[in-house]
Design a protein around this ligand. Structure first.
Ligand SMILES: *Cc1c(COP(=O)(O)O)cnc(C)c1O
Length: 397
């Protein structure tokens, strides 16, 4: 049997393969240079074009660009006026940003457990967590697979709750033929470099609601009613009125320059992601020590992440050892996510502890994300498969 690198063997590859990364080409680079040479580098025409193209792509009435996905979440919870005393239900299996945006407003996050097949928030568990203080639900489309949106929106309607979809993973995803970004009150996207498209840092909120749209614009720039560019022009006046305590979250022209071109390449990026997933599914489905991702029939998965589940019952070592062994093979595996209620901040401030959410707690020690991004070539893909086969075979019971 071949020895894993961590046991003194030769690694499967020489160069480290990350779990996700951006690809930027000449078009984007030239567009950024064009902005740098122009007289307008902060929010301007390119940001507006990016918003225009984005809402056309989603099919939503409005799109509001901001400087991170976290900012997009924050202006969303602000636009629906989450305030101290309010409770908002979200999933424990997410990046902390999905819950932090509740806490920024002084609200209380409540975690509803996940489903064991899709790893998405379970609508039945949401029902159990609703109290008279509940104001909103933030479902997260884990890894790019849409949540059960019909059930979630039905619960929201019955209880008069807002729904903010965290679609940081789910650009290009569809639920029952409908594009994500066009279903609930608000939907949030992220353009961090590991996401399916990038602006270096950036985010977007889509909505079909006129009133929420106006508020999102205000919270984006200090709660000020007129945008800065109008004030700077020859015909612009000086007067503006601050109506809310807003933020400084607008996206610069440099970042928007990237976004315009990345969005136009999304389709080709996604095509390649799906090819990689097809190879993974075919080659990994027969390895007994792991399970490949489950995909529901009524969704289009956007494949932000490829998350396998380790079958610990068939292994002599735990996930953390498998993780280290694969890193030694130069395969950039990762773990998505440490459950939010495990973080000390959440435990200290919200009285949360281990043991309250059995499904996510069962799953967490079994989770492993393997590399998936659009610029992976077939050799990269087979390196991942070979490293998994080698390591799992070696540590098999
Ligand atoms: C990336 C991510 C965010 C935050 O986006 P940033 O652009 O990094 O601020 C929020 N939620 C989820 C689920 C994410 O993966």
């Amino acid at each position: 049997m071949e020895k894993p690198a961590i046991e003194g063997g030769k690694p499967v590859r020489k160069k480290f393969l990350p779990y996700g990364t951006q690809s930027i080409d000449e078009k984007e680079i030239n567009e950024v240079i064009d902005s740098l040479k122009s007289n307008w580098i902060t929010t301007g025409p390119k940001m507006r074009l990016f918003e225009e193209n984005f809402k056309k792509y989603i099919g939503s009435k409005f799109a509001v660009a901001v400087n991170s996905g976290t900012a997009a979440l924050h202006i969303s919870t602000s636009s629906i006026n989450i305030k101290p005393g309010d409770e908002v239900i979200t999933t424990p299996l997410t990046f902390v940003a999905s819950a932090n945006c509740i806490v920024y407003r002084g609200g209380t996050p409540t975690f509803a457990d996940i489903k064991k097949d899709t790893y998405n928030i379970d609508p039945q568990e949401i029902k159990k967590k609703i109290t008279p203080k509940t104001k909103a639900i933030i479902p997260v489309h884990f890894s790019g697979q849409p949540c059960d949106m019909d059930e979630i929106n039905e619960i929201a309607e019955e209880n008069n709750l807002f729904v903010i979809e965290d679609a940081a993973h789910a650009i290009d995803a569809e639920y029952k033929g409908k594009k994500i970004g066009n279903i609930s009150d608000l939907t949030v996207f992220s353009f961090h470099p590991v996401k399916n498209i990038t602006t270096a840092e950036g985010g977007m909120v889509t909505t079909n609601n006129d009133e929420l749209y106006e508020k999102l614009l205000m919270f984006r720039t200090h709660g000020i009613s007129k945008d800065a560019q109008k004030r700077f022009g020859k015909s612009g006046g000086y007067y503006y009125d601050m109506q809310y305590l807003g933020f400084r979250y607008n996206l610069s022209e440099l970042h928007a320059s990237l976004g315009i071109h990345q969005l136009s390449k999304l389709e080709s990026f996604q095509k390649r992601r799906r090819e990689v997933v097809k190879i993974y599914n075919k080659e990994l489905k027969n390895i007994e020590e792991l399970s490949i991702p489950f995909v529901k029939k009524d969704v289009k998965h956007s494949w932000h992440l490829y998350v396998i589940q380790l079958n610990l019952e068939k292994l002599r070592v735990d996930r953390d050892h498998i993780f280290k062994a694969l890193r030694e093979e130069n395969i950039g595996v990762n773990v998505h996510y440490i459950p939010v209620h495990y973080h000390s901040y959440y435990q200290k401030n919200f009285g949360l502890k281990k043991g309250i959410l059995p499904n996510v707690e069962w799953l967490y020690p079994r989770l492993l994300t393997i590399p998936l991004f659009h610029s992976m070539n077939d050799d990269d893909v087979y390196d991942v498969i070979n490293a998994l086969e080698k390591v799992l075979k070696y540590y098999k019971k």
